[in-house]
Design a binder for this molecule. Sequence first.
Ligand code: ZN
Length: 203
Amino acid sequence: MKKDRLILLLPLLLCLGSTGCAPKPFSAAEKRTIGSQQEGIMRLWTIDNPGDSLFLRKQARKVTPDMMRSEEFRTLCQRMLLTVQDSTNPGVGIAAPQVGIPCRLIAVQRFDKPGEPFELYANPEILRYGEKKVASPEGCLSVPGRRGTVSRSDEIQLQYTDPRTESTHEETIKGFTAIIFQHETDHLDGTLYIDKLIDEPQQ
Ligand SMILES: [Zn+2]
């Protein structure tokens, strides 16, 4: 190989050999939004703020193994759980875009499990929607002060990655918990429950 070509290749080889050039799981702006564990509850992004509203309509990106192993991801998980359980504004589920992080991560309260715990799910995907539909009232932390009726499947087949083990699972979920999963996974595709109302929104 000619010497001048080697000189050109050298920075590239050095770059590939170090982690410094690998894509970062979170951008600098996202790191600032995630902040630190000491900061507690996160700001909720809501449709009454024009900038937030556009952001909430974006497609969220997949959670990668690198992301799951990062300190920022652990902080994000903890702060999302604190935010959805804020006693002054509690929810039954939350998606990462609602706190300004466009990645496919949700927390859902498992009303179908003893103790009704909140659990985190990475890359949730609904593989099958049950044919039976139920109409029920919904609200959303990103749509303050409103509720409305949405028709959703009473049962779903869910695939997800457990962020603690990075293992992928499939599960059949029924009833109210299945409705929460449908609401939260919609957020990851920029869809809000107000897009699916079957009645006039209640103010
Ligand atoms: Zn919501």
